[in-house]
Design a protein around this ligand. Structure first.
Ligand SMILES: [Zn+2]
Ligand SMILES: [Zn+2]
Length: 347
């Protein structure tokens, strides 16, 4: 099959023929229709995600049709149009049995711990616990765009922060996952404050339902600006970049009893930031949560939200490319000015 092979970090992917994937006993092989290009693919390409071993095929935001099933796979059938969460739990352990598949010790992270979907076909294990059959009313592009970004945002806004209509939600960072959080927050009826340093991203944030936008490069103190806008602080705040400064802004912008959710992956120098413990977490009695991925059994709730028509995912999709153009997209992502989502729809 044709695949985009990462042979050297920060170098163009090689479009080449590789062996067809072997179906895992409890898994499936999927013929990929569309695959998103995510910021975490870019981290992998840069070499900052240390799970990846070369040569490697990235790509984890896919939709496609099942062409092969393993002998132990019972629920998913050949011909099913499917997607899957980026973090796949084993489905057997105590965490998975309790529904927490994204913290499974034996998790498989497609496109990172194994080869991904920048290829004509992708194999995934643990299919019964993870593979999601896409409903007919969700097209291929939206299904791929749900990818890791919208699903992660949904878990953060709905399952972790439990944002309610009328509450204020600050979103720090308007990349794919941040914009998804804005779209979902607005769909729920929250007052959403979007923060970024790129005006074009903030314009899109407003289109997606942000009530207020703040260009962090143009204000003295982002957290103070949010506390002013909200009359004392946001009830919930999402950090969607993995950067120490925005993490601090997120904690400091919260009202008393506010909920912070960390969805940006803090890599390298951002992995162990100092925490303003006394003035924020302690006195303001904040709740600080981490969120990573969305287990397959929660996709139905996200599909239901999309079916209401209040969250139009198609407005997030800004660019469609062929497999051979993914390297160019990574280079463009170096300046962090990429707006909306890019999908690979030609293999
Ligand atoms: Zn497990
Ligand atoms: Zn991703």
């Amino acid at each position: 099959m044709k695949a985009a092979l990462l042979e050297k970090f920060e170098q163009p992917l090689t479009i080449t023929q590789v062996k067809d994937p072997v179906v895992p006993a409890d898994g499936v092989v999927i013929d990929v229709s569309v695959c998103g290009v995510c910021r975490s693919d870019w981290h992998g390409w840069k070499g900052t995600n240390h799970v990846i071993t070369l040569p490697h095929v990235p790509g984890h935001e896919f939709v496609g049709v099942v062409v092969e099933t393993g002998p132990d796979c019972k629920r998913i059938k050949k011909g099913d149009r499917v997607t899957a969460p980026v973090i796949m739990g084993c489905g057997q352990c105590s965490a998975c049995s309790a529904g927490h598949l994204t913290i499974c010790d034996d998790q498989y992270v497609v496109g990172f711990s194994g080869w991904g979907a920048f290829a004509e076909r992708v194999a995934v294990p643990f299919a019964d616990a993870n593979v999601v059959v896409v409903p007919e009313n969700i097209g291929d592009e939206v299904a791929a765009a749900l990818g890791c970004r919208t699903t992660t945002a949904f878990a953060a806004v709905v399952d972790k922060a439990q944002v309610k209509a009328g509450e204020s939600l600050a979103v720090h960072g308007c990349g794919g996952v941040g914009l998804s959080a804005i779209l979902i927050g607005a769909a729920i009826g929250a007052e959403v404050i979007a923060v970024d340093i790129v005006d074009e991203k903030l314009s899109l944030a407003r289109e997606l339902g942000a009530t207020h936008v703040i260009n962090a490069a143009k204000v003295q103190d982002v957290a103070e600006a949010i506390r002013d806008l909200t009359g004392g602080g946001a009830q919930a705040s999402i950090e969607a970049l993995g950067i120490t400064e925005t993490f601090h802004n997120s904690l400091r912008c919260l009202a008393k009893l506010g909920r912070h959710v960390q969805i940006g992956q803090p890599l390298d120098s951002h992995a162990n930031p100092p925490i303003p413990l006394l003035e924020t977490i302690y006195y303001r009695q904040l709740v600080v949560m981490g969120s990573r991925g969305l287990p397959a059994h929660r996709f139905g709730a996200l599909f239901n939200l999309l079916a209401t028509g209040r969250a139009d995912m198609t407005r997030l999709i800004k660019n469609r490319v062929s497999l051979s153009e993914v390297s160019d997209i990574f280079v463009q992502m170096n300046n962090h000015e990429d707006v909306g989502m890019t999908l690979v729809n030609r293999f």
